[in-house]
Design a protein around this ligand. Structure first.
Ligand SMILES: Nc1nc2c(ncn2[C@@H]2O[C@H](COP(=O)(O)OP(=O)(O)OP(=O)(O)O)[C@@H](O)[C@H]2O)c(=O)[nH]1
Length: 347
C-alpha cells in the first residue's frame, strides 16, 4: 500500500564550489538504510555532479533515483524540469524515503521552495529544510563582499542597484532562504575567521538559523535530514532580492565547455589551468579527462585559484572516453583564449 505521508525533501544550496556535492556524498554514506533520491542541478550544460554521485551512491541511492538537470538553473526551469523530475521520483516503486535536491551554485533557492507550495506538490511533499553550504575560504577572501566605494558610485547612476558584486546577491539569497547553514572548508580558515564569518552571516539573516562548521561536509545525515522546517509554509520569512520580480536571469555569469583530447601529463595541464585561472576571473572549473594509458577517469576540480585532480573510477568499457571541462565565470569570460590555452596539445 502506498503511504499517504508527505515525502520530505531537502534543498541543498550554496555558491559554486562551496561543497554541496561533497556534503551529499557524506549524506549518502551515512544514510543508514534510508532510501534516498537525488535531483542534481548544474549551471554548465554538462552533468558532472550527477556523475560523481553515481559512483558513490550504491548503498543509499540506486542509479534510477538520481536525476540530473543540467540545462540551466533550477530556479528558472521549475515548471519544465523540476516538476517532471519529481513526478518520476514519486513514481518509483518503492518510493524514496527522502528526496535531496542539489541546486546549481548560481540558483536562487526561493523559487524552488515556492514550487512546494503548489497544490499538486504540497499534497505529496514537504521541504524538510533548506541547507546552505558556505565556502569558508572564499568568504574569508572577500569573494562575496561588495566594494562600498564602487557600489556608492553605481547607486548614484542607478538608485535601484543593490550590489556591485553579482556574487554577493546570489550568496545572500541563498543564506536568507536557509534553515541550516554549513560553514564548509573549515580546514582552510582560522578559528578567528570562522568566528567572524559566523557573526557576519548571523547579522545578515533576520531569523535565528544554526550555523555549523564542517570539513568536507562531514556532518551525519541524521543531523542534516529531519529538520521538519516545512519551508513552503514559511515563505515570507525568507526574503529574496528578487521578491518583486516574476522572473530573473543569470546574465551576470556564463559557462564555457571545452572538449579535451586524451592528455599525457596531468601536472602540465594543472599548471596551464592555474595560469588560465590567474589570467581570467574563473569562478569554477570541473570535468573529467582521459589520461592516456590509464584505466581510471581523471576528475578535475577548481574553485577560484584552488585546483585539484584525482582519479574517480575506471572508465566503463561501454562509455566513450570523452574529456570535457566546464569553466564558469562572470559574464565576459574570454572563451577564445581560454579554449586556445587548454587545447594547445602541450600536455
Ligand atoms: N579544502 C577543502 N576542500 C573542500 C571541502 N569541501 C569540498 N572541497 C573541495 O571543493 C571542491 C568543490 O566541491 P563540490 O562538493 O564539488 O562543490 P559544489 O558546491 O557541489 O560545486 P558546484 O556544484 O559546482 O557549485 C572540490 O574540489 C572538493 O574536493 C572542504 O571542506 N575543504
Amino acid at each position: 500500500m502506498t503511504s499517504l505521508a508527505k515525502i520530505p525533501a531537502t534543498i541543498i544550496t550554496g555558491f559554486l564550489g562551496a561543497g554541496k556535492t561533497t556534503l551529499i556524498r557524506h549524506i549518502l554514506a551515512t544514510a543508514n538504510g534510508r532510501r534516498l533520491a537525488l535531483i542534481i542541478n548544474e549551471f554548465g550544460d554538462v552533468g558532472i555532479d550527477g556523475e560523481i554521485l553515481k559512483t558513490c551512491g550504491d548503498l543509499a541511492c540506486r542509479e534510477d533515483s538520481i536525476i540530473e538537470l543540467a540545462n540551466g538553473c533550477i530556479c528558472c526551469t521549475v515548471a519544465d524540469d523540476f516538476l517532471p523530475a519529481i513526478e518520476r521520483l514519486l513514481a518509483l516503486d518503492p518510493r524514496p524515503d527522502h528526496i535531496i535536491i542539489e541546486t546549481s551554485g548560481l540558483a536562487l533557492p526561493k523559487p524552488l521552495v515556492k514550487a512546494f507550495d503548489w497544490p499538486s506538490i504540497r499534497s505529496r511533499l514537504t521541504v524538510d529544510g533548506v541547507i546552505a553550504v558556505v565556502d569558508g575560504a572564499a568568504t574569508a577572501d572577500g569573494r562575496f563582499a561588495d566594494d562600498p566605494a564602487k557600489l556608492a558610485r553605481q547607486r548614484d547612476a542607478d538608485p535601484s542597484i543593490e550590489h556591485d558584486n553579482p556574487l554577493e546577491e546570489v550568496f545572500e539569497d541563498q543564506l536568507l532562504c536557509a534553515d541550516l547553514i554549513i560553514l564548509n572548508k573549515a580546514d582552510l580558515i582560522s578559528e578567528a575567521e570562522q568566528a567572524q564569518i559566523t557573526a557576519d552571516i548571523a547579522a545578515q539573516i533576520p531569523r535565528a538559523v544554526k550555523i555549523v562548521a564542517a570539513h568536507e561536509g562531514r556532518i551525519d545525515a541524521r543531523v542534516l535530514l529531519g529538520l521538519y522546517a516545512a519551508a513552503e509554509d514559511d515563505l515570507s520569512a525568507r526574503p529574496s532580492h528578487h521578491d518583486a520580480e516574476s522572473e530573473h536571469d543569470h546574465d551576470d555569469f556564463e559557462s564555457i565547455i571545452i572538449d579535451m583530447g586524451a592528455i599525457e601529463d596531468s601536472a602540465a595541464l594543472m599548471r596551464q589551468l592555474a595560469e588560465v585561472v590567474e589570467r581570467h576571473d574563473v569562478l569554477r572549473i570541473k570535468g573529467f579527462l582521459e589520461l592516456r594509458g590509464k584505466p581510471m577517469r581523471l576528475l578535475v576540480q577548481g574553485v577560484g585559484k584552488r585546483l585539484q585532480h584525482s582519479f574517480d573510477r575506471p572508465w566503463r568499457p561501454d562509455e566513450p572516453r570523452r574529456g570535457r571541462l566546464v569553466i564558469i565565470g562572470e559574464k565576459g569570460l574570454d572563451a577564445g583564449s581560454i579554449s586556445q590555452a587548454l587545447t594547445r596539445g602541450e600536455f
